[in-house]
Structure formats: structure tokens, C-alpha cells
Write a protein that binds this ligand. Structure first.
Ligand SMILES: *Cc1c(COP(=O)(O)O)cnc(C)c1O
Length: 364
């Protein structure tokens, strides 16, 4: 059993969706499926400005490009994330500055954020890690005070709502990933949701070589367009998403019932005002009779693959060992959590019997 398992629409439904493509021979470059998927997402998220990408990572890179941040500027971010977040910053010629995370939800700690701002700071890139909502109000207040852009890596948070509103509404730009391992997917894919509708054209150009008319280019853009087959998968999967999230919720409820309150096992508290998407189920082993690595091993012996998300911290990755020391603020919480946390299997088809088997191994 793997940590995740992709949700799939009925096979015939996907075939029906792509049938037209054999007739039209329009396979990519903003065809009818792309247009429909964008409209469907816009309706689902309640957000007007949605731009589709071939994957979430290139969407994130393109977001940084579109905001025209001065080269060499610093972006304050979290080290407790998938490599993509930090890589996007560095690949766009910016410098990541790592901010520690808070104890309960493992998102950027706003109490430590302001002290990291320097004259070189140009943006903040927090992550709604595991689908846990960042402290969006506190981050927004700090960004306003210092006139900084906020780009949320919301790769884990598709479907998450705060006070009824999609997380797409927070920050200048939010990125969702539609990778096959995510709660909602289009095989590979991603999108940007942004507040400033004047970015629409620029994003369209940047994802298609910078072309604006008759082959002439305004920018040296890349190629990060979503193709029609991806869009068709997204259209189908979106029809089932609410049901899939509900099924994940049932598995999470069982995990919480079995593991909640056990001494030495810490779960994320339920977030006030947040409608979750149950994308991951992280568990912290702190003072339990087995440590994280031992639990990982016991599960593995039974062919259950939990994951040490997100180990190592990106700030400790080999490729970032030569970053200036100013980038490496003190990270006591992240450094502790990264050694204690394990993400247990969670997907829509996970049965309650499976959850019980996993919990039995952990508890016995
Ligand atoms: C998956 C993921 C990404 C990258 O998305 P892709 O669609 O795989 O390119 C970025 N950030 C985080 C936190 C992710 O988990």
C-alpha cells in the first residue's frame, strides 16, 4: 500500500471527453477542453482569474516571473515543503530566506516572519502544507506593512475553504498543483489564481514563449501550457472531487478516533473556520515508545509505505548548502518536526479496515 493512490474517473467517461480531440485534431494550445476546464475551475473556486499550466512547478516559476520581482531579491519562505517551492525561487534568480514553522500546523510562523524582512526582501512565499491553512490574516498584515507580494504555494490545498471562501482568494497569487498524487489532478497540471486581472495576458504570454502576436515575442517566455488531454482529465475528476474528499474525510475520522489522545502521538488540531480537503494525514511521534523511523520501518515490513514528508528540510538539501548564511535563520521547530513526522497512507479508496490495520501496527 502506497501513501497515496490517484483518483480516476470512469474509463468510458474520460474516453467520451477526449473523443472530440480525434475529430478536431486540436491537441494543445488552448483548445476547447482547456477553455472548459478553466471555466469549470473558476466556478468551483469562485474565482475569476484562473490560468492553467502544464504542472504546478512551472506555474509557480511563472508567478514569480509575472510579478517582475527585481533579480537577486529575497523571498521569505518555509523550509518545510516539497523541493519545488524553494527551487522555483532559486531558478528565477531570487534568494530564499527560510522562516521557521509553527507547532500545530507546520505552516510559516508569522511571529518569526517580520524579523527576517530586509531592504532586499521582495516577496513572501508561504505553503499551505498538508492542506493546513497558513495564518493568512497575519501574513497579509505584515506584507501590507512592508509592501511585499505574497505568493501562496497552495499545491496541497485545492478544495480547502476558509470561512466559506476558497484559499485561492489569499495572497497576490496562489498556485494549485494537479499532479497525479494530489487530492485533485489532471495527470500533471496546475493553475494560478490571482487577484490582479491585468496579469491575465502576461501569464498567457509567459506560458507560451512570450508570443503576443504573429509570432513576435514580448518576453523570453517558456513553454508551460496545459494540453487538452490533461484538461479533459481535470474536467472529469472535478465532477467527482467533492465525493472523493468526503471519502478521505471518513478515513481521517477513523485515524483520529484510533490515534487521537494516544500518549506520544500528536495530530494536527482541527482548524477553526476551515473546510479541509483531507489531502494528507501527518502524525508526529514525540515521546512515543517508537520513534518516527521505527514506525516507518514497522509499517514497511507490512508493505505499507508511509512517507517522511517533508524530509529533509529544503534548507538542508545538498543543492542549498552554499546559500549565504543570512538565508538560514534559526529553524528550531522545523528541525525538530522534520525528524518526528510521518505521513500515513490516505486516499479516497482507503478502507476503514485498512486504516485499522495501519493503526494496529502503530499501536501494538
Ligand atoms: C506537488 C507540489 C508542487 C509541484 O507541483 P507539480 O504539479 O508536481 O509540479 C509544489 N509545491 C508543493 C508543496 C507540492 O507538494
Amino acid at each position: 500500500m502506497n501513501v497515496t493512490r490517484s483518483s480516476m474517473p470512469p474509463f468510458e467517461e474520460y474516453c467520451r471527453e477526449i473523443q472530440e480531440l480525434w475529430d478536431s485534431r486540436w491537441l494543445t494550445n488552448h483548445g476547447s477542453k482547456h477553455q472548459q476546464f478553466q471555466a469549470d475551475l473558476s466556478a468551483y473556486l469562485g474565482h475569476d482569474n484562473v490560468s492553467l499550466f502544464v504542472n504546478g512547478h512551472l506555474a509557480l516559476e511563472t508567478a514569480l516571473e509575472a510579478l517582475d520581482l527585481p533579480a537577486g531579491g529575497q523571498v521569505i519562505t518555509t523550509p518545510f515543503t516539497f523541493a519545488s517551492t524553494t527551487h522555483a525561487i532559486v531558478r528565477k534568480g531570487l534568494e530564499p530566506v527560510f522562516c521557521d514553522i509553527e507547532e500545530s500546523f507546520y505552516t510559516m510562523d508569522p511571529a518569526r516572519l517580520e524579523g527576517l524582512i530586509t531592504p532586499k526582501t521582495v516577496a513572501i512565499m508561504p505553503v499551505h502544507v498538508y492542506g493546513n491553512l497558513c495564518q493568512v490574516e497575519a501574513i497579509e498584515a505584515i506584507a501590507k506593512r512592508h509592501n511585499l507580494k505574497v505568493i501562496y504555494d497552495a499545491a496541497h490545498a485545492f478544495g480547502v475553504r476558509y470561512q466559506g471562501q476558497s484559499v485561492a482568494a489569499f495572497g497576490d497569487i496562489a498556485m494549485f498543483s494537479f499532479h497525479a498524487t494530489k487530492v485533485f489532478h489532471s495527470i500533471e497540471g496546475g493553475c494560478l489564481c490571482y487577484q490582479d486581472s491585468t496579469l491575465t495576458e502576461r501569464l498567457q504570454q509567459l506560458r507560451n514563449f512570450g508570443i503576443y502576436a504573429h509570432g513576435d515575442c514580448l518576453y523570453p517566455g517558456g513553454n508551460s501550457k496545459m494540453n487538452e488531454f490533461q484538461a479533459a482529465m481535470g474536467i472529469c475528476n472535478l465532477r467527482y472531487l467533492d465525493g472523493e474528499i468526503q471519502k478521505r474525510g471518513a478515513a481521517v475520522a477513523r485515524y483520529r478516533q484510533r490515534l487521537g489522545g494516544v500518549e506520544g502521538i500528536r495530530l494536527c488540531p482541527v482548524q477553526e473556520g476551515v473546510t479541509p480537503n483531507y489531502s494528507y494525514f501527518p502524525v508526529v511521534f514525540e515521546g512515543y515508545r517508537l520513534n518516527r523511523d521505527q514506525v516507518f520501518q514497522r509499517l514497511k515490513e507490512q508493505d505499507i509505505c508511509a512517507r517522511k514528508y517533508f524530509h529533509p528540510l529544503t534548507s538542508n538539501m545538498v543543492c542549498y548548502q552554499n546559500l549565504p548564511s543570512a538565508c538560514q535563520a534559526e529553524l528550531p521547530v522545523a528541525k525538530r518536526i522534520v525528524e518526528q513526522i510521518l505521513t500515513l497512507p490516505l486516499f479516497a479508496d482507503l478502507t476503514l479496515e485498512d486504516v485499522d490495520r495501519i493503526c494496529d501496527i502503530i499501536l501494538k
